[in-house]
Write a protein of this length. Structure first.
Length: 258
């Protein structure tokens, strides 16, 4: 069942076309990767889907609703959450506070109720705190709950960023280079972890990633961008053996002479 589609989305910056006619389809509970050489337009595609950029042309459809042009917070409320290549935690706040803040996206009480700590606000705060503690425990961060986020090892900071995204109660989780900066052991742990959270939280996952071992080991399908254009789409085996992909990454044609 399709949960997200893009139809010929294009992003132009002046005379530069960063992404051209990008067509994507995500089905429920899939793990789909977007790969390509540096400068291929992967993050631009992410930014269009999550509302950072409004596509110059084209449509983005989430569960039947056209969302191109909505602001990032509105898109997050609908059920799309993302992480970033460069970790964006509140470094001086605790692990718990980082996750708790993200829960506020779905608070129904207003500023008056919060100021005077009226019953609905107190009840919602208690529920969101319990939800935050649940997520922290599920993601293996319980022993660090009251530690500053900046004190966590790099791999655990990545987990915390994902926990914060999950606090917004997403249906689709978009991961921007989740293995960036990780050592091989952390990357292997992350591979298993992504599968676990997909199953545990009934998620569809769409990720940008350069680490091919992770991509090939976890993805149901893969899209490949090169210079803003989709050059391949398929399962890991098909992508590994596609001559266009080999040429884009290695800079040589399969037909080149020795």
């Amino acid at each position: 069942m399709s949960v997200l589609k893009t139809e010929n989305i294009t992003m132009k910056f002046g005379g530069l076309t960063a992404v051209k006619d990008f067509n994507l389809e995500l089905n429920q509970n899939e793990i789909v990767a977007l790969i390509g050489p540096n400068g291929a337009g992967k993050t631009t595609a992410f930014n269009m889907i999550t509302g950072v950029y409004r596509p110059t042309t084209g449509s983005i459809i989430y569960n039947g609703q056209r969302i191109a042009g909505l602001k990032p917070d509105a898109i997050t409320r609908l059920g799309l959450a993302r992480t970033f290549q460069n970790i964006r935690l509140f470094k001086e706040l605790s692990v718990l506070d980082n996750v708790f803040i993200a829960n506020h996206l779905h608070l129904n009480s207003n500023i008056f109720e919060a100021t005077f700590r009226l019953p609905r606000y107190r009840r919602e705060k208690r529920e969101k705190l319990q939800r935050s503690e649940f997520l922290i425990e599920k993601l293996g961060l319980k022993e660090f709950m009251n530690e500053k986020s900046s004190s966590l090892p790099y791999g655990l900071q990545r987990r915390l960023e994902i926990a914060r995204a999950l606090a917004t109660d997403p249906k689709i989780l978009l991961l921007d280079e989740p293995a960036a900066g990780m050592n091989p052991k952390e990357t292997d742990d992350l591979t298993a972890f992504i599968k676990e959270i997909r199953d545990e939280f009934d998620l569809t996952i769409f990720m940008i990633e350069h680490h091919m071992h992770l991509v090939m080991g976890i993805s149901d399908r893969i899209y490949v961008l090169d210079h803003g254009v989709t050059i391949a789409e398929g399962n890991p085996y098909e992508i590994q053996n596609d001559p266009r992909v080999i040429e884009a990454y290695l800079g040589v044609s399969e037909d080149a002479e020795d």
